[in-house]
Write a protein that binds this ligand. Sequence first.
Ligand code: DAH
Length: 315
Amino acid sequence: MLSVEKIKSSIKALNAEYAKIKELPPEERAAFGQEMNARRAELNRQLQEATDAAEDAEVAPIDKTAPSAPNQAIPRFNLGSKHPLMAELNKVLSIYSHMGFDIMEARQLDNEYNMFDTLNFPKGHPARDGYDTFRTSENFIPPAHTSTMQNRALRRYRERLENGGQIAVVIPGRVFRNEDADATHEHTFYQCEGVFVSKDATMGQMLGVLKNLFETYYGQKLNTKTQPGYFPFTEPSLEFLIEKPKSLGGKGDGWLEMMGCGMIHPNVLKNAGINPDEYKGFAWGGGIDRLVMLKYGLTDIRYFESGSLKFLEEF
Ligand code: DAH
């Protein structure tokens, strides 16, 4: 193909030639003009073609053999990843789910009624201060534990009891405490609550559920034990401990308190419209952060909420 420049100079030459028309005898002029016009039309067509081609040439040709994004080791866009707490919480929920528990999400803002009243904290009792609750200026409470959800869960699934079934639900949630942060305390962390109610729920069933949870989560047999605890919403109340396994840095002597648990207090059932003479239940709750810290040997709980990319990229 001729270059744009060459065609332009041909058009110029053609125009100069055209001037000769005046020197021709009149009878020859028409034929000459027609021929010139035909040549000019052809040159203009060539000029358009050459200009288009020159413009196309400015766009880099596609190299079909170049590696495409999916084949590259480094993704073009950094889409981030799941926060380790959420990834681990999902594993915990999956274990519960396999045991037959429903899952219900907790709230991040609640009130005095659910935080204390439904849970059998006597009015004005010092135990209400033990939870270091934050309060909004309207007196709402960002929940200090997921137990805040017990009444709602009991009411939501109460029908199942009436239909001859049982209540089996776990409730993960974000909780908040107005206390000084250090390596093992954070103002914001995650808990998971469990509630089970049936005609004949037993403490043995509860211990079986908890042992199974921890052994499945850590992927090994564990030594576990309980010790007496105190919570207004359970009677008796226990603390559930696991022996720190050697594979997770234990030296065969450390017991870790992982959860609070116990048989649901009759008043808590009553507050949800469930007859404690007919039904029994157990409940438990514990921190997710601590669970994850043990699994990965983390020494400071504050990393989780720090937003530190250096930390997050390790997962
Ligand atoms: N809510 C308690 C806490 O945060 C833990 C707990 C204890 C939950 C006993 C329960 C329970 O459901 O039955 O310290």
